[in-house]
Design a protein around this ligand. Structure first.
Ligand code: NAP
Length: 280
């Protein structure tokens, strides 16, 4: 069996063309374009690169972005103030707080201070709760991007056994809830799971979100499974040993070019939706 490649890069490029048209239509109608505000706290080079990539993605579709940069000594109160200003700024339609923030900051409090209508990265507890209840909410960008990728390739989820390895608030947990909402039967594995391998062997849909290079072995994966690898590590490997799965899985997300491009794409997708809600 040769695995179908779930090409996130191609889907992201195609979606950008559609988003450009939506932004242009909104500009023609309202005279305004959606604006995403990004907040970067501190000087972590990887975070700075991610924020720059997000600004560039906005530019490519004709959207504006505002970059807020705060020093690494920023307090929770100062960050909350800045978020409040952006919440109250009618010109801003989406707010992204780049994760992680320096450790003296209460990240959860700051995420939750983002107005849910502008939470285009899907990080607030309110957004998570609404999503879990099947109400309208912006999904957390990486798992929502994975769902968009699975949908684009018509991967059936209903009644399938999905196994999600990882339960972080930004990835594993919302991923599991989204798969449940799509009527999959979901198992969530984490660092205290006993006999991880036996759970993985039962997966029709496997999502690796562990944060360890090639931690999930190809040998554990069922023949014909759909394999989604959210990881990305130096050397271009993910959380799953993908090489041998090219001839064993029915479909897989490549690393790079699978899940990664869908994350930023989902952020701008949801920013355009928010802009349309505010401006249309
Ligand atoms: P994280 O916060 O470090 O969470 C890792 C999860 O893996 C935790 O839930 C942890 O369990 C679980 N885990 C750790 N060791 C395990 C083990 N031995 N067996 C089973 N589960 C284990 O990481 P994250 O932010 O969710 O990211 C996960 C991966 O996705 C990383 O490779 C990251 O680089 C990637 N990622 C990619 C994107 C993207 O845009 N493509 C975005 C975000 C993250 P406990 O909860 O028990 O500790």
């Amino acid at each position: 069996m040769t695995a179908l490649i779930l090409d996130g890069k191609a889907l992201a490029q195609k979606t950008e063309q559609e988003l450009s048209q939506r932004v242009a239509a909104l500009a023609a109608k309202s005279g305004k374009t959606p604006i995403l505000a990004t907040i970067l706290v501190g000087d972590d080079p990887a975070s700075a690169t991610y924020v720059k990539m997000k600004g560039n993605a906005c530019k490519r579709i004709g959207m504006d972005s505002i970059q807020v940069e705060l020093p690494s000594s920023t307090t929770t109160a100062e960050l909350l103030d800045k978020i409040e200003q952006l919440n109250n700024n009618d010109a801003v339609h989406g707010i992204l707080l780049q994760h992680p923030v320096p450790e003296q900051i209460d990240e959860r409090a700051c995420f939750d201070a983002i107005d849910a209508r502008k939470d285009v990265d899907g990080v607030t507890c309110l957004g998570f709760g609404r999503m879990a209840m099947g109400e309208k909410a912006y999904g957390c960008a990486t798992p929502a991007g994975i769902m968009r990728l699975l949908k684009a390739y018509d991967i059936p989820l209903e009644g399938k056994h999905a196994v999600v390895v990882g339960r972080s608030p930004i990835l594993g947990k919302p991923m599991a809830m989204m798969l449940l909402n799509a009527n999959a039967t979901v198992t969530i594995c984490h660092s205290r799971t006993q006999d991880l391998e036996s759970h993985i062997r039962q997966a029709d849909i496997l999502v690796g979100a562990v944060g360890r290079p090639e931690f999930i072995k190809a040998e554990w994966v069922k023949e014909g499974a759909v394999v989604v690898d959210a990881g990305y590590h130096p050397g271009g490997v993910g959380d799953i040993e993908l090489g041998p799965l090219a001839e064993k899985a029915s479909a897989l997300t490549p690393v790079p070019g699978g899940v990664g491009p869908m994350t930023i794409n989902t952020l701008i997708y949801q920013s355009v939706e928010s802009g349309e809600d505010f401006l249309a």
